[in-house]
Write a protein that binds this ligand. Sequence first.
Ligand SMILES: Nc1nc2c(ncn2[C@@H]2O[C@H](COP(=O)(O)OP(=O)(O)O)[C@@H](O)[C@H]2O)c(=O)[nH]1
Ligand SMILES: [Mg+2]
Length: 151
Amino acid sequence: MNEDWKFIKEVHSFKELPSDQIPEFIFWGRSNVGKSSLINSLTKKRIAKTSRTPGRTKSLVFFQFKNILRIVDFPGYGFSKISANQIIKLDLLLDQYFQKRKNLKKIFLYIIFRLALSLKVNFVDSCMHYLFHYFMTFFLLVNSALRITYN
Ligand SMILES: Nc1nc2c(ncn2[C@@H]2O[C@H](COP(=O)(O)OP(=O)(O)O)[C@@H](O)[C@H]2O)c(=O)[nH]1
Ligand SMILES: [Mg+2]
């Protein structure tokens, strides 16, 4: 079954998105929360690039299961090592994706349990603020294993 998962493409602008009807499930959350690792365990394949360095994903990365389903590895918010220009471009792509993309069927927001409990953190992340702001429904995934510190 894992052979049926394929890397499709990396997308930097709205017009590069695949044009078909295949449903897309997106995985979102802060940098380094473990999104790519989670995609790898779900697909049982080392398909998504993982990294110890936060802010490595600068594009939307598409993986596809036959012609049935796509998983999209979304760029994490926060700690991005990218230029202001790239951030503007990426934010525009995210806005367009969330507001116009018909294929978008489910949003999985991945958070770290310990940070979710900490009042010091403004209830975890800007991804969640974004989703609340646009009244978007999402599934919350909690990583209880990961122990990392955000300053
Ligand atoms: N201990 C532990 N480490 C994890 C877990 N998930 C991811 N990691 C590690 O955390 C780092 C960031 O993971 P990655 O999947 O690249 O995060 P992403 O930026 O959200 O895609 C990598 O070094 C992973 O090996 C987990 O559940 N437990
Ligand atoms: Mg990643």
